[in-house]
Design a protein around this ligand. Structure first.
Ligand code: NAD
Length: 539
């Protein structure tokens, strides 16, 4: 790759190295820089897998691969590190997270360079990743005591039963993450796990290991002990099972198909898991929507990271009264997008990450067109821009027999539908098995919030694409139905990594007859006490 605009102080080289003569070299990254990242993979196999950039196919790195013994060793090291870490005061753990907050903001250019090189996404979409890590780190650091401190609970006998709830770390958490947001998806779910006193073993997606490895390095630079965060590399179907066998909890982000496999394996071991899976997310544009705002939000909702975003929109339901005006503005904005495959700011959309992704997106659009859908914008691959580029595409007239009607495309393709009444629109939005994210555009907040309550999705954004819910870390995020189990963010996002332990201290009265009472008399006293407590309104 040309590396025409290297970021000052970042990892990019001025001129191309030649990988044919220096096996460590890539056209885009300093060999020593790449080695300083790939060294973090726990690997003794001597085997590597090459990765190249979707921007132009240039080689980026050779990623060392982990054996099953390497996975076992990663868990051994993590367990030793966790035992010491669990004794570290919460205050100190939180302080490391706050240092990470500043570190990712300081190093955002380096982080974004790697993300763009590995995933191909536009730089403005890569920016979301360090920001999400900073938000997550700060939120959990500032709320550490609220979520983790021992809490007093109501005892069964007032005054005489003292109950405390402890949050005990699970131990070692396994995190399996996808390629689409390679820095934040590899890291964000691990931050509350560490804060709660756990160690982590991660297996990031094979296509985007460098971004995940940079995350691991930044954790160490912030002050987390190195062994607390282990990274293994290799195919998910080979390493997933051995990870689940050794984990005390699994956090998975990826497709619904893989999520099902992981849920079964976790069930076999009786360990918990959280699954953040796919979606076929709807937007509702109501008759009183601000059309310009809705068209601007729709572009971000549909085409951020070329639609390879779990919360991005693939179905749009627009009220009859505003349909034509909205479509005109949405199509105009889409056609005005700057498409490009470069590292710099200025692109509104980059390429897809891989040939597989391009094949899926192309197949969905060709199938829809062959069965009668109309293309209002885009509709074609753009190999002139990058090998896996596909235009932002708006379809009209999509029907249930078309593949893209109910199946996740995970690309820049949106189907537009007209609706006549809101009850019908909500029913159509709730169609199918997914339930991840939705948006409602309306100038009447109360009405929009009432509609949100009827939508079967884990997050609903009013007058916004997805950022309002995703970036509000105090509130849980995740999927209903086949879009997932469990939640990231908020109290649920950290309590999933703890065991609840109740400790009750009993004084004076015990739970059996005393003072010469018979069992029958004891039962009468207890019954009377319960009636009194109910009269007093006690829980
Ligand atoms: P995927 O399920 O194929 O892969 C995700 C991860 O799982 C990768 O690291 C992969 O190596 C690993 N994996 C694959 N098979 C495995 C197995 N049998 N056991 C254990 N691990 C295995 O998904 P993908 O195609 O890489 O990602 C795209 C999907 O992820 C989309 O459906 C998207 O909606 C979803 N996603 C969801 C969220 C969310 O927060 N809900 C976020 C990002 C992506």
């Amino acid at each position: 790759m040309s590396a025409a605009n290297p970021t000052p102080g970042g990892p990019l080289v001025e001129g191309p190295h030649d990988p044919e003569h220096d096996p460590r070299a890539s056209y885009a990254l300093e060999p020593d820089y790449v080695a300083s990242l790939t060294d973090r993979v726990l690997s003794t196999t001597g085997r590597t897998v090459p990765v190249s950039s979707p921007l132009d196919g240039a080689p980026l790195a050779n990623i060392p691969q982990s054996s099953l013994e390497d996975v076992a060793e990663a868990y051994r090291r993590a367990r030793v590190a966790q035992a010491a870490w669990a004794r570290t005061p919460v205050e100190e753990r939180a302080a490391v997270l706050l240092r990470l907050h500043d570190l990712v903001l300081d190093r955002q250019a380096e982080i974004m360079d790697l993300i763009v090189l590995e995933s191909g996404k536009a730089r403005k979409h890569a920016f979301d990743e360090p920001i999400h890590i900073a938000l997550t780190a700060r939120y959990y650091a500032r709320t550490a005591h609220e979520h983790l401190d021992t809490q007093r609970k109501t005892g069964v006998i007032p005054v005489l039963t003292r109950v405390e709830l402890n949050r005990v770390p699970k131990g070692v958490v396994g995190i399996i993450s996808p390629w689409n947001y390679p820095f934040t998806m590899a890291l964000c779910d691990g931050l509350p796990a560490l804060l709660a006193g756990n160690a982590v073993v991660t297996k990031p997606d094979a296509q985007t290991m460098l971004s995940a490895l940079l995350g691991a390095r930044l954790l160490e630079e912030a002050g987390f002990p190195r062994d607390l965060w282990q990274v293994v590399a290799g195919p998910g179907r080979e390493l997933g099972g051995p990870m689940i066998e050794r984990s005390d909890y699994i956090c998975f982000t990826g497709s619904t198909a893989t999520g099902r496999i992981i849920a079964k394996q976790c069930a076999e071991r009786l360990i918990g898991c959280s699954l953040e899976l796919g979606g076929k997310n709807p937007i509702l544009v109501l008759r009183d929507a601000d059309i310009e705002k809705a068209a601007e939000g729709a572009v971000r909702a549909c085409f951020s990271n070329a639609g390879q975003l779990c919360v991005s929109t693939e179905r749009m339901f627009v009220a009859d009264q505003v349909y034509d005006r909205f479509v005109e503005r949405f199509v105009a904005r889409t056609q005005a997008m700057t498409l490009g495959a470069t590292l710099d700011w200025g692109n509104d959309m980059g390429p897809l990450i891989s040939q597989d992704q391009l094949d899926t997106v192309t197949a969905h659009v060709e199938d829809a067109v062959a069965k009668g859908a109309r293309v209002l914008a885009g509709g074609k691959p753009r190999p002139d821009l990058a090998p896996y580029f596909f235009e932002p595409t708006i379809l009209e007239g999509v029907t249930p027999e078309m593949t893209c009607f109910g199946n996740e495309t995970f690309g820049p393709v949106i189907s537009l539908y007209r609706f006549h009444d809101e009850v019908e629109a909500v029913a159509r939005a709730n169609d199918g098995e997914y339930g991840l994210n939705a948006s409602v555009y309306s100038q009447d907040g109360d009405r929009a919030r009432a509609i949100a309550r009827q939508i079967k999705c884990g997050t609903v954004n009013i007058n916004e694409a997805f950022g309002a819910t995703f970036a509000s870390i105090d509130s849980p995020m995740g999927g209903m139905r086949e879009s997932g189990m469990g939640r990231r963010h908020g109290a649920e996002g950290i309590h999933r990594y703890t065991e609840s332990q109740s400790v009750a201290t009993q004084r004076v009265l015990r739970f059996s007859p005393q003072y010469g009472l018979s069992d029958q008399a004891y039962a009468k006293v207890m019954t009377a006490s319960l009636r009194v407590l109910n009269k007093l309104g006690r829980a």
